[in-house]
Design a protein around this ligand. Structure first.
Ligand code: PLP
Length: 391
C-alpha cells in the first residue's frame, strides 16, 4: 500500500481509507443478529456517513441488506443512476415539484400527507405504473409523519382508493429518551398499524428501530430495522451487543517541519506559543476537510504510534502539531487523524467526545475533498487497493 503512494493519481496526501471488508462483515453480523424475521434497511444517507455511497452500495446489498435508505431525493438518484435495480427509500419528505423525478426513477418515497398520496397517484397513472411509498407516522418525535390522532388515521384509510399508489411500508422513529418513552412510542405506532390493518391495509414492511434500538431493544425490530451508524462500525448501543468494527481511517502526511523558538507563536493570532524550542510539524488537512475547528488545543494525531497534539488555530486547509514526542519525524511521514484506536490512534468515539458532538456528525461532515481509498482485505488474499477519485 505504502509504495503505491508516490505514483498515486490522487494528488493529495490527505486521504480517507475505507476497509470494505469491515463494511461487509458489519452488515452480515447485523443481519445475523436480527435473524430471518426482520430485513435490514441500510441507511446510506450523507454519502454513506462520509464513507462514499457508490463504492459501498454493492458491498452492502451483496452482504444481506434488502433496501438502501437515504434522506433526500438527490441521494436516491445518485444511487439509482448507478444501480437502477437497488430498492432505495427516501426517508425524508420530498417537495411536490420533485415527486415526478422520484416516480420516474422508481424511488420509494416517504409521505405524510394525503395530498402527496393523491399527487403521486396521479403521477403513477401518467407513468402507467404504481408509485411505491412508505407512510411515516409521528409517534412523538415531532419531526415528520402523519399525526397519530383518530382524524389523521381515518384520512390514511382513503389511500386505499388510490390504484396507482403502492403503500409498501409504514414506519416511525424513536426519540430514544428512555425505556418508558420508547415503549410509549412503539405502542402508539402498533395501535395505528392495528387499526389500519383491521381496515384492510397490508404493509409489507413495518419499522421503527435504528442502530441503537435494533441492538438494545430486540422487541422493537418488527419486520425491518434501519441500520445506519452500526454499518460503519460506530457503536452506540448500551444493553445489547453486536460485533462491528470501524471501517474508516483518515490519514495525512507531514508536509513541513519548523523549529519554533521558545516564545514564538504558531498560526492565527499566535494562540499557542512555544514554551521551549519546539519542533512543529505542518499537516495538510483542515476544517474544509471536515475536521472540527473547535479541536484546537484538544485534538491529537498519531505519528509513529505516538500522540502529537494540535497546536494553535486549525486553518481551513492545514494545521500544526507538536512533534516533541517524535523527534525523528520527517516530511512525508504518515499522521493518522482518525484511526480505529490501535497503534495509539484517535478513534471516532474519542474525537466526537473531544469535539462535543456525536460520532455520526464527525463522519458525515467529512468533506468531498479528501480522496477515498477503498481496500478489501479478504483472509485468503492480500490487501487489494483501488480508489474512487474525487479531485
Ligand atoms: C439517519 C436515520 C436512521 C439511522 O440512524 P443511525 O442512528 O445511524 O442508525 C434511521 N432512521 C431514520 C429515519 C434516520 O433519519
Amino acid at each position: 500500500m505504502e509504495n503505491n503512494q508516490n505514483t498515486s493519481p490522487l494528488l493529495r496526501d490527505t486521504v480517507i481509507k475505507v476497509d470494505l471488508s469491515a463494511i461487509a462483515e458489519n452488515i452480515r453480523n447485523i443481519c445475523a443478529l436480527v435473524g430471518p424475521s426482520a430485513e435490514v434497511a441500510a441507511v446510506v444517507k450523507a454519502n454513506a456517513y462520509g464513507h462514499g455511497i457508490l463504492p459501498l452500495a454493492p458491498v452492502i446489498m451483496e452482504n444481506g441488506a434488502s433496501l438502501l435508505a437515504v434522506a433526500t431525493l438527490s441521494e436516491a438518484l445518485e444511487i439509482k443512476t448507478a444501480y437502477p435495480d437497488y430498492p432505495v427509500l427516501v426517508m425524508g419528505l420530498t417537495s411536490d415539484a420533485y415527486l415526478p423525478q422520484a416516480a420516474r426513477y422508481s424511488v420509494i418515497q416517504t409521505i405524510d400527507t394525503v395530498e402527496q398520496a393523491v399527487l403521486l397517484n396521479e403521477i403513477g397513472e401518467k407513468l402507467g405504473r404504481p408509485v411505491s411509498v412508505h407512510l411515516k407516522i409521528d409517534t412523538g418525535f415531532h419531526r415528520i409523519g402523519f399525526p397519530d390522532d383518530p382524524d389523521s388515521i381515518q384520512k390514511i384509510l382513503t389511500l386505499k382508493d388510490l390504484p396507482w399508489l403502492s403503500v409498501e411500508g409504514i414506519f416511525s422513529h424513536l426519540a430514544l429518551l428512555d425505556d418508558a418513552s420508547n415503549k410509549e412510542q412503539y405502542e402508539r405506532f402498533t395501535r395505528v398499524i392495528a387499526y389500519l390493518e383491521s381496515n384492510g391495509f397490508h404493509f409489507r414492511y413495518k419499522h421503527i428501530a435504528d442502530s441503537i434500538a435494533l441492538v438494545d431493544y430486540p422487541e422493537y425490530r418488527m419486520n425491518m430495522v434501519r441500520a445506519g451508524a452500526l454499518i460503519y462500525g460506530l457503536k452506540g448501543f448500551h444493553k445489547g451487543f453486536v460485533s462491528v468494527r470501524q471501517a474508516l481511517r483518515f490519514e495525512t502526511r507531514i508536509s513541513h517541519i519548523s523549529l519554533v523558538r521558545k516564545g514564538e507563536g504558531v498560526s492565527y493570532d499566535y494562540t499557542w506559543r512555544a514554551g521551549k524550542d519546539t519542533l512543529v510539524g505542518t499537516l495538510p488537512f483542515g476544517y474544509a476537510d471536515g475536521y472540527p475547528r473547535n479541536l484546537r488545543d484538544k485534538g491529537t494525531v498519531a505519528i509513529h504510534g505516538k500522540r502529537c497534539p494540535i497546536v494553535g488555530v486549525i486553518c481551513m486547509d492545514q494545521c500544526m502539531v507538536d512533534l516533541t514526542n517524535v523527534p525523528d519525524a520527517r516530511i512525508g511521514d504518515t499522521a493518522v487523524i482518525y484511526g480505529d484506536g490501535t497503534g495509539n490512534t484517535v478513534d471516532i468515539q474519542e474525537i466526537s467526545e473531544l469535539a462535543g458532538t456525536n460520532k455520526n456528525e464527525i463522519v458525515s461532515r467529512l468533506s468531498m475533498r479528501p480522496p477515498r481509498i477503498y481496500t478489501y482485505e479478504q483472509p485468503a488474499q492480500k490487501a487489494e487497493e483501488f480508489h474512487h477519485g474525487s479531485i
